[in-house]
Design a protein around this ligand. Structure first.
Ligand code: PEP
Ligand code: MG
Length: 595
């Protein structure tokens, strides 16, 4: 790596949303196509002409978006291409277009000015709402508006999309921007964009999802990026740890050089574990499966040696592509997953809409506390026609492989019972229709709300397994919003209350003869593996990229020692003490897996 000796090294910390390390000069994404246009006064006779120009620009933009959609469909698949459906809806939004026409007629101004003004008013009101979903919609709207404005300015110009400019001909770069839209990200020149860094963003945005799919290292939520980075500065972007180091010193570069070498060696060693079972040093078997959101992740799931899929988050494909919601399409999708993971199985989680996944057609009115509102099983029970369609599709897929189903966001036993009643109804309907399904399909409860954890003994009598959703269990136990950067330091997986709940849920499951797994991000953190093994979990479902690391960590752990660690942790009052105990074991057993 080339060094930048004379300048001072600056470290910016954000959230790593796509792993990998890159080293290149910074280039800022251009935003010029959304600049305020020139205002021109019109006489009455020109209004019709301006109206037509708008019509033509909208048509051209529609063609460009569809073209991009076709391209993405061919490379990344239909779920990703579905993102552009949202852009088409924004483009055709009649409220916006009618307001632009009214402005043309009333103020007699050029259409660029009228369009820009209307869009800006929408954006301003959206940006005032502190909600990640709406902030992302603002990015979509701005993206579409930039295209329309470009087409108004250059009606005969090239058809290249008007997204943020990727680095120019001058070579590879790390792209810095306030934010990137999903279509900006998809359109990045992967030869030259070695990584991207943004001020805004969250790990659950479409932009982050696409960055991971494209293997572009990315760090988001970097406050002060514009003040502390300058075009042409050399930077090192560490997508693993959410770090951007501007003007890295020779020592830092050397350190990363070593890290990359070690990482390469480690990956080669870990590959040897691909076809092994996951067993502790003293012979305790643990199932290690993968979490997925899209079928495109399946090759990686197999390549990493996952024992099936322990959590299929179905809402992402469901929400992104309306056509895939039909029963046959869902059944095909679930069947494809079930076949791909043979001889292992897939656990399909029913829709978990709500919280930070507020789809406009389901959430016309904003809720004051979406994470405490209409979410998960609550939505499914309130919309039985949607829920039953999904259950039919899941059951039909169960005729073609090992399929389980689990319900998210259970806060009381009545919800589990209602969901199971609907499942039974669907089974009877399928029987009458003569459609095959697995009558013994396993049914699980996600334990991710403290009330469910505390009442686990009632759920245990009525399900085949528990899957502990630690992402939400931590959020609801400690009252820390999982997507709020401001309280991120209070979001503590090793909080003593969380550990206690996990342990109690696993003990309850075993007392009732059922198995218990963990499918939250905590399961993929090698530092916390001793605690989860100590708690006695039977399964861990983690991101595909974590599979081999966790397999090695578990293979070095002794279950009796982990149980002692857990007992000691239960005596601790502070998270830091628990983390200290975990670190001791992790450092002794698998130092190479820790940073
Ligand atoms: C969880 O809450 O831990 C979980 C796995 O579900 P999600 O992250 O989708 O809410
Ligand atoms: Mg959850």
């Amino acid at each position: 790596m080339q060094s930048t000796e004379k300048k001072t090294e600056i470290r910016l910390r954000g959230i790593g949303v796509s792993p990998g390390i890159s080293h290149a000069p910074i280039r800022f994404a251009g935003t010029d196509s959304f600049e305020e246009p020139e205002r021109r006064a019109l006489d009455g006779a020109q209004v019709d002409f301006e109206r037509e120009r708008l019509q033509r620009a909208v048509t051209r933009t529609r063609e460009q978006i569809r073209e991009m959609q076709r391209e993405i469909d061919g490379t990344l698949g239909a779920e990703h291409a579905g993102i552009f459906d949202a852009h088409l809806l924004v483009l055709e939004d009649s409220a916006v277009l009618e307001e632009v026409i009214r402005t043309l007629e009333k103020d007699r101004v050029n259409v660029e000015w009228a369009y820009w003004g209307v869009i800006n008013r929408y954006l301003e009101s959206l940006r005032k709402i502190p909600d990640p979903y709406l902030r992302e919609r603002a990015i979509d709207i701005e993206d579409v508006a930039r295209r329309v404005l470009k087409n108004l300015r250059h009606p005969d110009g090239d058809a290249a999309p008007a997204g943020f400019a990727a680095p120019g001909a001058s070579g590879p770069a790390i792209l810095a921007a306030h934010d990137l839209t999903p279509s900006d990200t998809v359109g990045l020149d992967r030869e030259r964009v070695l990584g991207f860094a943004t001020e805004a963003g969250s790990p659950t945005s479409h932009t982050a999802i696409i960055a991971r799919s494209l293997n572009i290292p990315a760090v988001v939520a970097l406050h002060g990026l514009h003040e502390r980075m300058h075009p042409g500065d050399m930077a090192l972007l560490d997508g693993y740890h959410g770090l951007v180091i501007v003007n890295p010193s020779p020592e830092t570069l050397e350190h990363y050089q070593q890290l990359l070498l070690r990482e390469g060696e480690l990956l080669r060693e870990l590959e040897l574990l691909r076809d092994r079972e996951t067993v502790t040093a003293d012979g305790r078997r643990v199932v290690l499966s993968a979490n997925i959101e899209f079928v495109e992740e399946l090759p990686q799931v197999r390549q990493q040696g996952a024992e099936g899929v322990g959590l299929y988050r179905t809402e992402f494909f469901y929400l992104n592509e309306a056509e895939l919601r039909a029963e046959d399409r869902q059944a095909d999708n679930y069947t494809a997953v079930a076949k791909a993971v043979r001889p292992h199985g897939v656990i399909i989680r029913t829709l978990d809409i709500g919280g930070d996944k507020l789809w406009p057609e389901y959430f016309e009115e904003r809720e004051p506390n979406p994470f405490l509102g209409w979410r998960g099983i609550r939505v499914s029970i309130a919309r039985p026609e949607i829920f039953k369609t999904q259950l039919r599709a899941i059951l039909r897929a169960s005729a073609n492989g090992k399929v389980g189903v689990m319900f998210p966001f259970l806060s009381c036993i009545e919800e589990l019972r209602a969901a199971k009643r609907l499942l039974d109804e669907v089974k009877s309907e399928l029987e009458s229709d003569g459609l095959p399904f697995d009558p013994n399909l396993e049914v699980g409860a996600m334990i991710e709300i403290p009330s469910a954890a505390l009442m686990a003994h009632t759920y245990a009598k009525e399900v085949d397994f528990f899957s502990i959703g630690t992402n939400d269990l931590i959020q609801y136990t400690t009252a820390v919003d999982r997507v709020n950067e401001r309280v991120a330091d209070l979001y503590q997986p090793a909080h003593p209350a969380v550990i206690r709940l996990i342990r109690d849920v696993v003990v309850t499951a075993h007392d009732h003869g059922i198995w218990a797994g963990v499918c939250g991000e905590m399961g993929g953190d090698v530092m916390l593996s001793p605690l989860l093994i100590g708690a006695g979990v039977d399964e861990l479902s983690v991101g595909a990229a974590q599979i081999l690391r966790i397999r090695r960590a578990i293979s070095r752990l002794d279950s009796a020692e982990c149980r002692d660690l857990l007992d000691a942790a239960l005596q601790c009052g502070e998270t830091a003490e628990i983390l200290g105990l975990c670190r001791e074991i992790a450092e002794a057993k698998y130092p190479e897996l820790i940073d």
